[in-house]
Ligand binder design. Structure first.
Ligand code: DC
Length: 239
């Protein structure tokens, strides 16, 4: 799908804030912070791809089987419930919030998300969720495809080693098989797939503000993101 298929929406009363970027760049933390700070709903679109990937695993549908995945999607309900600490993810009414964060589902989500017809299914639901604005929507194609008319677009990036290191510290894994190197390797593989897929590849929208957090502390990143949103809101209040 190209951004030219964007819906022409009536002007929203409240903004859509799009946060895109590679895995481990801190999108969820930034999105949760902005949502809390500006009183918006926080929607993690990656969780939808993760939920469908989980169902494919459970139902034994191959990640390459586009028609099979699409048929699976047609009989699937995925709901995101925004919470302060992140989204609660319901797959056909069952809470799978923890399960979808596990390694097998993480890798599967990236594989499942390459299929264009499946992305159309996801994008339609995401547009419906954000139609009235008042949301911080986080993913890979929010500013380019889902909401090309988003009021604020932030592309959050960081060097792969830094992202891998943060993930490692975050997961605090007791699993000896998961090393920092293995996490960096997994992140790079996922990035390559997400950036190089034919449909809706991960890339900054032309009008996105780039925020590279490589040399920044968490507080500095949150402050910078907040400032980007604030300056948009102030600018709009003046016009
Ligand atoms: O943000 P995340 O790590 O939960 O995303 C999981 C996978 O889903 C990611 O590797 C690519 C895919 N994804 C996508 O293609 N488009 C989105 N808007 C969000 C996620």
């Amino acid at each position: 799908m190209s951004s030219s298929s964007a819906v022409v929406s009536p002007r929203r009363q409240r903004p859509v804030i799009a946060i895109d970027g590679p895995a481990g760049a801190g999108k969820s933390t930034v999105a949760a912070h902005l949502a809390r700070h500006f009183g918006l709903l926080n929607l993690e679109t990656g969780a939808m791809y993760r939920a469908l990937a989980l169902k494919a695993i459970e139902k034994d549908v191959a990640f390459e089987d586009e028609a099979g995945l699409l048929a699976l999607a047609a009989e699937t309900t995925i709901a995101l419930e925004p919470r302060l600490e992140g989204n609660r993810v319901l797959l056909d009414g069952v809470d799978v919030s923890r399960r979808v964060r596990e390694g097998d589902v993480t890798a599967a989500a990236s594989k499942v998300s390459v299929h264009a017809p499946l992305r159309v299914w996801m994008v339609n639901q995401q547009r419906a969720l954000g139609r009235d604005g008042g949301v911080v929507m986080e993913g890979r194609d929010i500013g380019t495809v889902v909401f090309p008319d988003a009021e604020v677009k932030i592309f959050l990036d960081a060097a792969p080693e830094v992202r891998g290191n943060r993930r490692y510290l975050q997961t605090g894994t007791g699993d000896a098989k998961v090393t920092e190197e293995s996490l960096v390797k997994e992140l790079k593989e996922r990035d390559a797939r997400d950036r190089n897929r034919a449909d809706s590849p991960l890339k900054p929208a032309e009008d996105a503000v780039l925020l590279d957090s490589t040399g920044l502390t968490l507080e500095q990143v949150l402050e910078a993101a907040e400032q980007i949103v604030r300056s948009h809101l102030e600018h709009n209040a003046l016009h």
